[in-house]
Design a protein around this ligand. Structure first.
Ligand SMILES: [Ca+2]
Length: 531
């Protein structure tokens, strides 16, 4: 016992000293046990546009850094590939049919049990900044600053704990600024959970002025399935989300007068007649300086388009280049924002005890099957990027092939915070998967269910299905009754529907049995999905 401690014991008495030391020890210990959480989620950011996922389109050094210093999940999936439902699953750890938010029409029931509420009870300060998109006001957050609905790319209005306030600037940058502000103002005696939800790179892909020229001198490669003819896949053929049908105005940002007439269908018959107007209103929201930068870039594009007089394949491939370049330029700002947050964490000594996650609410089509958007259970939109860093516990440079779901976020955060996971949450904590101890009882299949049809956008039929490490079985239902089977080992791009192939009868049978088990397990008892 050193002198100070001896003196302390002598003056306070042995019993009392032990008690004080015990309290001090347990309070330090509880600080160690409760890590901070920074959860960065973008909107519609596909794995194909992240370099640590092998992108041949873009370099994202800051997102890559999280993977390099932590873990990358190769098989991370969403349970219902669309914005609001994915967010409701994130908060509740429950499938759409259990949390009540099946598609973008529905409102989130904020009286439910969510992980931010449980973290709050456990002493966390919980904050959210950015896109919310759940219609009802956030519950379970100490501080919330959210965009209205989808939000704007420039000069957004935030609802800040109930009060609307407009800011001038680029939304992705403003969200990062505000996230850092929230960290600056944090209660240093409490652990925090900060959700940073970007609006980008959601349609209609408006980059920040300094990035507009980033792909000027470079064309991007067409994806393998760009000219998919959808043979033996009728739901794919029926959808309205082809790049060929994008709006020249709203999506591709051509100036009025430089094209003959708007030819796009854009995925929504009600919106189509208003596309030019919608684009005009968006453009007019820009400040004079912002417009100057935009005009310098897009006027030239419009002039070139007019001169080129493109048609057929040439026009389609021109549309692809226009789309993908704007999409990628939006991601440059997100990646910068991730870098700024990582730097802030490092500079303020938070690195060791802070879990940092980067993900997206779902995947997206970057020209695969000729498409943009999401919704389908096919790989590009089913996959959600997931990289995670937590130096105290996660060894750097790991890659996991285990199947993880957005259903798992809530239980995972509770697990890290030492909070017991409520029975009603249907996901599993992925914490054990980060220890390189492959869990033998981890899921070997995942369940998917998409609902937004016939209302909403893009005309994608309702469907549910199962994915294992090798196979995927999908059933489209409603006004269609169609099954699809893919062997992902042999056909990673899912263009060869094997459902009717007699060689796969046994596999279909087994997958159907497993699918029924999953529907039972997750209590999906919709009468329309019986088979
Ligand atoms: Ca989304």
């Amino acid at each position: 016992m050193n002198y100070t401690l001896r003196k302390f014991v002598k003056t306070t008495g042995l019993g009392l000293a032990c008690l004080i030391l015990l309290i001090l020890f347990s309070s330090c210990n509880s600080k160690i046990k409760k890590p901070n959480i920074i959860f960065i989620m973008s909107d519609d950011h596909a794995e194909q546009a992240i370099s640590c996922y092998g992108s041949n389109l873009i370099h994202t050094p800051n997102i890559d850094r999280i993977a390099k210093e932590g873990i990358l999940f190769k098989n991370s999936f969403v349970t219902n590939s669309i914005c609001a439902p994915s967010r409701a699953v994130l908060l509740t750890g429950k499938y759409s049919h259990m949390n009540g938010l099946r598609d973008n029409r529905d409102e989130f029931d904020g009286s439910q049990v969510t992980f931010p509420k449980l973290l709050q009870k456990a002493g966390y300060k919980t904050n959210i900044i950015g896109k919310w998109h759940l219609k009802t006001n956030p519950t379970g957050f100490n501080d919330w600053k959210i965009l209205i609905d989808q939000g704007e790319y420039y000069n957004p209005v935030f609802v800040e704990n109930g009060e609307e306030k407009q800011y001038i600037g680029y939304t992705t940058d403003l969200i990062t600024d505000k996230a850092i502000e929230m960290l600056e103002q944090r209660d240093k005696n409490k652990p925090f959970c900060l959700l940073v939800h970007h609006k980008a790179p959601h349609r209609n892909w408006m980059p920040n002025a300094p990035h507009l020229e980033a792909y000027n001198n470079k064309d991007l490669p067409l994806p393998e399935t760009f000219y998919d003819d959808y043979s033996n896949r009728s739901p794919a053929a029926l959808t309205d989300m082809r790049i060929d049908d994008m709006f020249l105005s709203f999506d591709l940002k051509l100036k009025k007068g430089f094209y003959k007439k708007e030819t796009g269908t854009g995925g929504n018959a009600k919106f189509a007649p208003n596309a030019e107007n919608a684009w005009q209103i968006t453009y007019e929201r820009l400040t004079e300086d912002q417009r100057k930068a935009w005009d310098a870039h897009y006027n030239l594009i419009s002039e070139k388009y007019q001169k080129a007089n493109l048609s057929g394949k040439d026009l389609l491939e021109w549309k692809y280049q226009r789309y993908i370049k704007d999409y990628l330029c939006c991601i440059l700002s997100i990646d910068e924002g991730v870098g700024r947050l990582l730097d802030y964490i490092d500079e303020t000594g938070l690195t060791e005890n802070t879990i940092v996650i980067y993900t997206s609410d779902q995947g997206f089509y970057l020209g695969e099957h000729g498409w943009y958007d999401k919704r389908f259970m096919y790989e590009e939109s089913l996959s959600m990027p997931l990289v995670m860093r937590y130096p105290r516990e996660i060894k750097a440079g790991q890659i996991s092939e285990d199947m993880v779901l957005n259903l798992d976020f809530a239980p995972t955060f509770l697990d890290y915070a030492g909070v017991s996971i409520p029975q009603e949450m249907q996901g599993e904590s992925i914490r054990s998967l980060t220890h390189q101890k492959k869990s033998n009882d981890w899921r070997t299949s995942m369940y998917y269910h998409y609902y937004e049809y016939p209302h909403g956008w893009h005309n994608v039929n309702r469907h549910f299905g199962i994915r294992t490490q090798r196979y995927k079985l999908i059933h489209f239902y409603g006004d269609i009754d169609s099954w699809e089977l893919y062997d992902l080992d042999k056909d990673p791009y899912e263009i060869n529907n094997l459902y009717a192939d007699p060689a796969y009868t046994g596999i279909v049978k087994n997958l159907k049995t497993e699918l029924k088990k999953l529907q039972q397990k997750y209590e999906d008892r919709d009468e329309n999905i019986q088979f």
